[in-house]
Design a protein around this ligand. Structure first.
Ligand code: MRU
Length: 347
């Protein structure tokens, strides 16, 4: 039993788990160019907010190593162009822009081309390492909050393979396993891409966590029938007031948690917060292809020419969120006051 990883930097090569192929195949592929990285993100070979950020960081670093320019100024120009290209791959998870921004920042002070190239790669590795540490810390805080509650529901995959390791929403289950604390996890299948059935169920099985699959429409019934005691989800972008974008269907679960009076927790690293935007109305919501809905595993399940609306994320208003679990600490309402305060006081 082992917690699976999605991103590895081995012998100067970026290796990712091809999540498109789960659960049938566990295939690791090398991404050698910035185009490979862009394609892997947009086609969701790698997905999950922190994992996208880490992969994009390595992608920018990979491209930077190949820019042999006369001056640092021209080098900066190329890196900026690469950054714009990568940032356009997926719009909702802010971790992508955040990671790319960190790399662009770090090369500002480099005095030589060689130093800039070394720094940009070192920063990508730091982002990768820091995310693992953040997720482990989040897992510890989540275990505290879940004290006395063992039946927990989740949606999508906010797990180890969506981050550097451990995950955010799934971190307490992995960590619980290491510490001998058992959970019964109910995973929503997460139509239309099936991150719940294909990834969360697979990932938790890999680490020996008890997991039960349900379809998304079974959530309300299951909470009552199986005595679910809490819901925990990840996030793609959290606004300054706590409004949270996450996988489509998350808002439904938040409303159910309120109806059943059970806690609804969001788990996310600091890199998922976007304090520049005041509330969820400003979060860009990615819309994906109609085919994700009209077809399942290549099989058409709707009439030809069906009109489709396919938003990949929704925004849960802050008022539905019991607490937001970060590596900097647990944030309770009032979020409008407590989010900026935590970011100002904890570095
Ligand atoms: O479209 P995806 O699979 O990238 O969406 C992923 C999610 O919504 C996750 O819950 C979120 O990114 C957090 S991952 C720790």
């Amino acid at each position: 039993m082992a917690i699976p990883l999605s991103i590895q930097w081995i012998n100067n090569q970026l290796i990712i788990l091809d999540q498109q192929k789960l659960p049938h195949e566990t295939e690791y592929i090398a991404l050698n160019t910035i185009e490979d990285v862009y394609d892997a993100i947009i086609t969701m070979k790698v997905r999950g907010a922190p994992a996208i950020g880490i992969t994009a960081a390595y992608g920018l670093a990979l491209a930077a190593q190949k820019h042999d320019t006369e001056t640092l100024e021209v080098f900066h120009h190329f890196v900026k162009k690469d950054a714009v290209y990568l940032a356009s791959s997926r719009p909702t998870a802010v971790n992508l822009a955040w990671a790319i921004g960190r790399l662009q920042q770090v090369i500002q002070s480099a005095k030589t081309l060689a130093a800039a190239k070394a720094e940009i790669l070192a920063e990508a590795k730091r982002i990768h390492q820091e995310d693992e540490e953040a997720c482990r810390t989040i897992g510890g805080y989540a275990l505290d909050l879940l004290e006395g509650r063992s039946r927990v529901m989740t949606i999508c995959n906010a797990g180890s393979i969506a981050t550097a390791k451990y995950g955010t929403a799934l971190a307490p289950f992995h960590l619980g396993k290491e510490l001998g604390r058992e959970f019964e996890v109910f995973a929503c299948e997460t139509r239309p891409v099936f991150q719940g059935s294909r990834m969360t169920v697979w990932e938790l099985q890999q680490s020996g966590v008890d997991v039960t699959l349900i379809t998304d429409s079974m959530a309300a019934h299951t909470i009552g029938a199986k005595g679910v005691e809490a819901i925990i989800v990840g996030a793609d972008r959290i606004a300054a007031n706590g409004d949270t974008a996450n996988k489509i269907g998350t808002f439904n679960l938040a409303i159910l948690a309120a109806a059943y009076k059970i806690p609804f927790y969001v788990a996310a690293p600091a890199s998922t917060f976007d304090l520049q935007i005041p509330n969820g109305k400003n979060i860009p919501i990615e819309e994906r292809s109609a085919k994700e809905i009209t077809h399942i595993a290549g099989q058409q399940v709707a009439p030809n020419g069906t009109k489709v609306y396919n938003p990949a994320f929704d925004v849960t208003p802050a008022q539905y969120i019991t607490a937001i679990i970060t590596e900097k600490g647990i944030i309770h309402p009032n979020y409008e006051r407590n989010i900026p305060e935590l970011f100002a006081t904890v570095k």
